[in-house]
Design a protein around this ligand. Structure first.
Ligand SMILES: Nc1ncnc2c1ncn2[C@@H]1O[C@H](COP(=O)(O)OP(=O)(O)O)[C@@H](O)[C@H]1O
Ligand SMILES: [Mg+2]
Length: 352
């Protein structure tokens, strides 16, 4: 195990800069998730940490060592990819032990380490099988086992669950987390899926266009997103954004909807200033007396109801956890808890 320190890292491909200037401190044993939309530079950053891609500028430290220019094999990391790339003609045990064999470890040491990793991952009964005799989830576990036997300072994962179906993804998410809890190795995990980030991370780094938008614990990002990008990215369904401004002590949307403000909001300071009002779908409730709204599409999953409402000309998504009997075209009233309102500066996108 070791801390990882990423200092002012940049990456250029020819004239094109894809990582602008990224610094992150990762504590020893921490589980950090790099999350962001496709193309934001997650894989590039991870591959630079792994030594599979040259850094254009900046420094990477693993423990006390600067590794920025060391070859991958000297960095003491193990990486798990989306494509597990198991050797088809080798058994599970041979796949898992192969890296140690290349390092000329002796057979009994290899067998012991493979056994130990297999026990952690529940693969003991599958060690003699070939990859084609395994399910997708089992193959994923073998790929993790291969990383685990190397007992590296740092695990790197690049979208390792993308090839699995939804149910298996949820299960494997839990297994990776529980493996981390057992072995405690510093882990850097890349995904585009904010739910994976929220459920797995000690610390989330939100990337966008080769820059960091925010770093924080999952609930910090959910409760206090630093800007419109993070507010819209973290949380599903996405936060509602309503453009408007403060007039005569209230928030008035561009379409004329009047909404409550959080207690203690410095109204005088932002009077007339273009703002964006943010409210998460799950923070809107049906109320006996509230803002009048007309129901648009309604989707129920049993555990919750997702609905789009027209509220004073603004389209607002809501997620109700109670069983409401609502249908397209119904008139209802909604309430917003002032404590769950987010306000952003429209020009800069920054949280106020
Ligand atoms: N070898 C390369 N040459 C040129 N551009 C690249 C290369 N690899 C990646 N890129 C570009 O760098 C950006 C970030 O890519 P990547 O790190 O793969 O994104 P992510 O993993 O977040 O989806 C993308 O715009 C991509 O097109
Ligand atoms: Mg990628």
């Amino acid at each position: 195990m070791a801390p990882v320190n990423i200092q002012s890292i940049q990456k250029r491909y020819g004239q094109v800069k894809v990582i602008h200037d990224i610094s992150v401190d990762i504590a020893d044993g921490e589980f950090v998730v790099l999350v962001g939309p496709s193309g934001c530079g997650k894989s590039t950053l991870l591959r630079m940490i792994a030594g599979l891609e040259e850094v254009s500028d900046g420094e990477i430290h693993i423990g006390r060592r600067e590794v920025s220019h060391l070859p991958a094999r000297d960095r003491d990391i193990a990486m798990v990819f989306q494509n597990y790339a198991l050797y088809p003609h080798m058994t599970v045990a041979e796949n898992m032990g192969f890296a140690l064999k290349l390092k000329k470890a002796n057979a009994s040491e290899i067998a012991a380490k493979v056994q130990k990793a297999a026990a952690i991952l529940g693969l003991e009964n599958l060690l003699d099988r070939l990859p084609r005799q395994l399910s997708g989830g089992q193959r994923q576990r073998v790929a993790m086992g291969r990383a685990l036997v190397r007992d590296p300072q740092v695990f790197l994962f690049d979208e390792p669950l993308s090839n699995l179906d939804a149910k298996l993804r949820v299960q494997m998410r839990g297994e990776i987390k529980s493996m981390h809890q057992r072995v405690g190795t510093t882990t850097i995990y890349v995904t585009h899926d904010q739910v994976e980030a929220m459920t797995m991370a000690d610390k989330i780094v939100v990337l966008h266009g080769g820059l960091i938008e925010q770093v924080g614990a999952p609930l910090e990002l959910y409760d206090r997103p630093a800007n419109l990008f993070v507010a819209g990215f973290i949380g599903s369904p996405s936060m509602n954004f309503i453009d408007g401004r403060i007039e005569e002590g209230v928030f008035r949307s561009d379409k004329g909807l009047i909404l409550p403000l959080p207690e203690g909001f410095p109204i005088a300071e932002y009077g007339g200033h273009p703002l964006v009002y943010g409210i998460r779908p799950e923070h809107i409730r049906a109320a006996a007396v509230g803002l009048p709204a007309r129901v648009g599409i309604v989707e129920g999953t049993g555990s919750e109801i997702y609905a789009k409402l027209d509220c004073g000309g603004e389209e607002i998504s809501c997620l109700f956890r109670e069983r409401l009997n609502i249908r397209f075209g119904d008139k209802i009233e909604i309430g917003i808890d002032p404590a769950s309102i987010h306000l952003f500066d429209k020009a800069s996108g920054k949280r106020l």
